[in-house]
Design a protein around this ligand. Structure first.
Ligand SMILES: *Cc1c(COP(=O)(O)O)cnc(C)c1O
Length: 369
């Protein structure tokens, strides 16, 4: 393996390079003490039903306890871990660290997750779109040809949303080795196919940032806990730019207590296995409908499929109170639908609704709504 030594400082915005970060009361004093009169907090904890939560105090700015536990679960060092308010915060910080307004550009690989483009628009950064190929794999030569000295970030979503497929490891490696900017591998769904993670590469490639989240397999979408996994050089800029108290006390406390619990970990693993079984059930049942032409291989907790008249199916299901995602308008996704794997009962109801739809369609009767 060729190791890369990309000059990270060349990539960082000059104002961030020389930034003197805000120093909070809680980061200036970290030792043991019993009286804290340094942060203008209210000394009274006024919650009625959350025993033992120091909600009146500012949280640990660096979340060290939680990082130790998560790092252990992931087989990395706490120093390689950044925790954020969802992966969305990580995306936002990447733009703040690296992208000069109106001057730099990024590359995304459509059809893919929409937030990269929104974040680029907000930051006023050009998004150079290099479509995936017909197998939804990166076109490495075209991607590299689209870069210039102002290309700061390439976003690779693995497994890809909305198409559900894994990205070939060789393509990721080639991009890492031949691009002198930051390669962001978004692994939001990797917990459904853990052995495909790029996490073991973080010490080999100085330009690799991996994003993961607790929103999907870990069932904490409402908690807003995402992460970046990278080397200490890039990490230092994340820590420089982040809001001082970016993870609140409730999130840190709840996450810490649960991730320390063997029972919680076991439950989570069992639920992931159940979702994979349900995915196989859905795939089998869906493949019987002749209005569904293609169901793509999935490495995530959703199925991507191509159907005859996707918009009509979407509307029919919506009228039955079942919401799926119509992705027909994305490039390379004509008549594409994305269906999240639900509980056994939700999946059965989906299949029942589609059976009714198919009977209405085949007999020529209009659908009931
Ligand atoms: C769901 C998802 C995320 C997760 O975002 P959070 O802000 O952590 O909830 C990130 N990337 C992709 C591709 C996703 O589908």
């Amino acid at each position: 393996m060729k190791q890369t030594l990309v000059d990270i400082e060349r990539l960082v915005r000059p104002n961030i390079l020389k930034l003197k970060p805000y120093s909070s009361a809680r980061s200036e004093f970290t030792g043991k003490a019993s009286i804290f009169l340094d942060a203008n907090e209210n000394p009274y904890s006024l919650l009625t039903d959350q025993e033992g939560l120091n909600i009146n105090r500012y949280p640990d700015p660096m979340q060290w306890q939680l990082k130790e536990v998560i790092a252990k679960l992931k087989g990395i060092q706490a120093e390689n871990l950044f925790l954020g308010n969802g992966s969305d915060e990580v995306i936002d910080l990447l733009f703040k660290i690296f992208c000069r307004d109106g001057q730099d550009n990024i590359i995304t690989l459509p059809p893919t997750y929409g937030m990269y483009n929104v974040a680029a628009d907000i930051a006023n950064i050009e998004n150079r779109k290099v479509n995936l190929d017909l197998n939804y794999q990166p076109q490495v030569d075209k991607i590299l040809a689209a870069t210039d000295e102002n290309t700061k970030l390439i976003f690779i979503c693995n497994p890809n949303n909305p198409t559900g497929n894994l990205i070939q490891a060789e393509a990721i490696r080639q991009i890492l080795e031949n691009f002198e900017g930051i390669v962001v591998v978004d692994e939001a769904y990797i917990d459904f196919e853990l052995e495909q993670s790029s996490i073991s590469l973080i010490n080999d490639y100085s330009n690799l940032v991996i994003m993961q989240t607790f929103s999907k397999a870990w069932a904490w979408a409402g908690m807003r806990l995402g992460m970046a996994i990278t080397n200490p050089t890039i990490m230092s800029y994340f820590n420089k730019v982040k809001a001082p108290y970016n993870l609140n006390v409730l999130t840190q406390d709840l996450a810490l207590r649960n991730l320390k619990s063997e029972e919680f970990i076991k439950n989570t693993q069992e639920k992931v296995a159940e979702i994979l079984r349900q995915r196989a059930y859905l795939k089998k049942e869906l493949s019987r409908f002749n209005f569904i032409q293609r169901i793509y291989p999935s490495a995530a907790n959703f199925l991507f499929l191509q159907a005859e008249n996707a918009a009509k199916i979407y509307n029919y299901l919506r009228n039955q109170g079942i919401i799926i995602r119509n992705r027909s308008n994305l490039v390379l996704c004509e008549n594409g639908l994305r269906i999240t794997v639900g509980t056994a009962q939700e999946n059965r109801e989906l299949i029942r609704a589609l059976t009714n739809y198919s009977q209405g369609t085949e007999s020529g009767f209009p659908s009931p709504h």
